[in-house]
Design a protein around this ligand. Structure first.
Ligand code: SF4
Ligand code: MG
Length: 321
């Protein structure tokens, strides 16, 4: 099947007073309708930057330098500002980290939902938009009464589900959720993941979940993407990633997990993540890599697609493609 999402060679640079930082370096991957991808990596590795770039929400001094984000066959990067405004929510929805804490405290939930979509639906009567919002609340297992409530009357899990409901109001092809379960207790985390799972199946969207908890994520996603220093270093199915990780950094990540069942909170691996302002040459991972070769400090590895469709960015596999 043709992928519903095709990200090609996406590049983002921040022009800071201390120099240029390549925050996203040649990131490419695809997702089919109904597929769920978990995006992992240390903080600063580019996960949130990737989400913002896909939404064209990178702010100065950051700049999208190039690349394409094809959603349902149309390149978001080529749309004009109004086209992109329309595409948000209708083609691609983004639930930022901490979204549940940015609900407006003085506006009822229902009114906030209507506000989020009314400019997308100029021909739709107010009553029809309200009905759409109430259906969305139902589909995230919230009581219809939530429509008339204020954010402070809701638990964290309920607020997060409101944000998911807003995300699905226009049946987007792609949903990106950045750390959707952070700051929630373990039981609520599972419920929120199950809610995302249910709505994703209902609208057959491709979903990208950005997170740190590999163990929780592994139970809900089909594929895992690993980022390091602004690059996508591996994309594999969950099973492949856990049984046979290819990239040395993925291997270190998997090794650092207590076990798959036992809440795999990422605990880090030896060595410091590099500053994007002073990236090591060649493969940025080489100072921390136990398999580094001479070529690794001089030559940047390109992403290779292995048999079966796994993507890996490492010189160990150059001859393997
Ligand atoms: Fe390690 Fe070299 Fe592969 Fe980088 S390219 S991960 S340094 S083996
Ligand atoms: Mg982040």
């Amino acid at each position: 099947a043709v992928p519903v999402l095709d990200v090609r060679n996406l590049e983002v640079t921040y022009y800071t007073d201390s120099g240029r930082a390549r925050a996203l370096d040649d990131v490419s991957f695809t997702l089919r309708a109904g597929e769920k991808l978990g995006m992992v990596g240390e903080s600063g590795s580019g996960k949130s930057t990737l989400a913002l770039a896909m939404m064209r929400m990178i702010k100065p001094p950051g700049r999208i330098e190039g690349g394409a984000v094809m959603v349902g066959g149309a390149d978001l990067m080529a749309l004009d500002a109004e086209g992109m405004r329309q595409a948000r929510l209708s083609r691609i929805a983004y639930i930022p980290q901490g979204a549940m804490n940015s609900l407006n405290p003085v506006t009822r939930i229902g009114a906030q939902m209507v506000d989020a979509v009314k400019s997308h639906l100029p021909g739709e009567a107010r009553g029809a938009i309200e009905a759409r919002c109430k259906r969305a609340l139902q589909s995230v297992d919230l009581d219809a009464g939530v429509y008339r409530m204020y954010a402070h009357e809701l638990s964290g899990g309920m607020k997060q589900r409101v944000c998911i409901a807003i995300g699905i109001l226009l049946d987007p092809h792609v949903i990106i959720a950045d750390e959707p379960t952070s700051a929630l207790d373990v039981v609520t985390q599972r419920q929120v993941m199950e809610t995302i799972d249910n709505v994703q199946k209902a609208i057959n969207a491709a979903v990208i979940l950005i997170g740190h908890d590999m163990g929780l994520m592994a139970q809900f996603v089909d594929k895992v993407a690993v980022m390091y220093a602004g690059r996508l270093v591996e994309v594999s199915t969950v099973r492949e990633m856990f049984t046979d990780p290819k990239h040395p950094y993925s291997q270190a990540l998997i090794d650092s997990l207590p076990s798959l069942e036992n809440k795999g909170v990422f605990r880090g691996i030896p060595g410091l993540a590099p500053s994007l302002l002073r990236l090591p040459g060649g493969c940025a991972f080489h100072p921390r890599c136990d398999k580094a070769m001479a070529v690794c400090s001089t030559t940047r590895p390109e992403q290779i697609i292995l048999a079966g469709g796994r993507g890996v960015t490492c010189h160990l596999y150059d001859g393997d493609a």
